[in-house]
Design a protein around this ligand. Sequence first.
Ligand SMILES: Cc1cc2nc3c(=O)[nH]c(=O)nc-3n(C[C@H](O)[C@H](O)[C@H](O)COP(=O)(O)OP(=O)(O)OC[C@H]3O[C@@H](n4cnc5c(N)ncnc54)[C@H](O)[C@@H]3O)c2cc1C
Length: 394
Amino acid sequence: MLLAVKGLQTSVGLSPRAPALPRIATMQSFDVEVRGAGIVGKSLALSLAALGLDVALRGAPASGDDVRAYALSPSSIELLRRLRVWDALAADARTAVHDIVVHGDEAGAVLEFSAWQQCVAELAVITDAGALERALGAAIGGATRVVRVDVDVDAALVAHCEGRAAATLRSLGAATTFERSDTGQRAIAARLVASLPHRHVARQWFRSPDVLALLPFDRPQRERSYALVWSLPRERAEALLALDAGAFERELAAVAGSDAGALSLASERAAWPLVVGGAAAWSGPGWVLVGDAAHVVHPLAGQGLNLGLADVAALTAVVAGREPWRAVGDERLLRRYERQRAAPTWAMRQMTDGLLRLFAASSAPIRELRNNGMGLVNRVPPLKRWLTARALDS
Ligand SMILES: Cc1cc2nc3c(=O)[nH]c(=O)nc-3n(C[C@H](O)[C@H](O)[C@H](O)COP(=O)(O)OP(=O)(O)OC[C@H]3O[C@@H](n4cnc5c(N)ncnc54)[C@H](O)[C@@H]3O)c2cc1C
């Protein structure tokens, strides 16, 4: 028999010879079980606990040595601030982006976005993935209504936050179908140090079929670091991963040129297979999908986690606003959440899939069209403002 014991944060297997436990006092049922303790799962657990719900969080704590850095939108930051996590991050774990420069695959095909033009303080904040995981973990440790468990518990609602692994869960197999397609690409992530200061400029190169992003960062060196995300076909990614540091840096320089200065590796390189897709249904009686469990987008727009945190905010608002008689696992309630999130998620998927297809095509007319298109958008400030507002809004 398994008991979730609040405070002990464990599961207890009782053998016939085990001393009798005060069962009524220790056995606990929860309002919500959050399955998956990634950034989305931990944020959801904190957010629902702040409504006064008792939450069980199932999943091992992250190792915290992720080389990625996430470009977080103002809405994501607002949520993390409400959860008292954002201000707990060290200053060098979050670096503001004031400008974004996007290069096409021909000289002169450039798109520039600026916070100043958009009348906002910053376009995004690049945030250390490991530091964010640790700050959320510490907040969970101090949240009296969240209990870490390692078995399933009795709960009115199960929120699936297992990331892309949710697609393989047998318990969900009958409830929803997952459409997933392998892009045939991998993303290489690493930390870099540059010979020139980053000046808070994020840089991106769309060089068919590669997409290379340098996100300004302050770790390991203040003002001179970048987080690298380089998406490219699997074979080329594997070849690049096999190179020694010097040869890898030369390949990097061949794409990035000298705009950011000379770039040197400052961490191990890690790689992720890139799949995209989503679940046919995000909710049902007593269950709901949140974050990458519901949708996986290509990282070229840096929006996957932002979508997941927007899911957390939407689900929390729907649960907070429920009628007094409605249970937290009520299917009709959960459908409200699903309806709210369907359109923005669909739009973001179309945008990232469309960009991926557009920049993967190597035929001359399409290359010309996309490079001219970038120049055109760059010369039309209202269109640029509209595009930036959509990205800031996710
Ligand atoms: C290279 C790269 C760069 C990216 N950059 C950005 C960016 O700049 N901005 C942005 O917004 N997004 C970015 N993303 C996307 C972002 O990483 C994901 O959208 C985000 O991590 C999803 O968070 P999640 O908590 O939903 O899922 P995950 O991070 O996958 O967490 C799921 C958790 O569930 C656990 N789990 C799995 N199965 C089970 C189970 N059966 N039981 C219990 N626990 C389980 C896992 O161990 C994990 O801890 C990037 C992605 C990649 C690959």
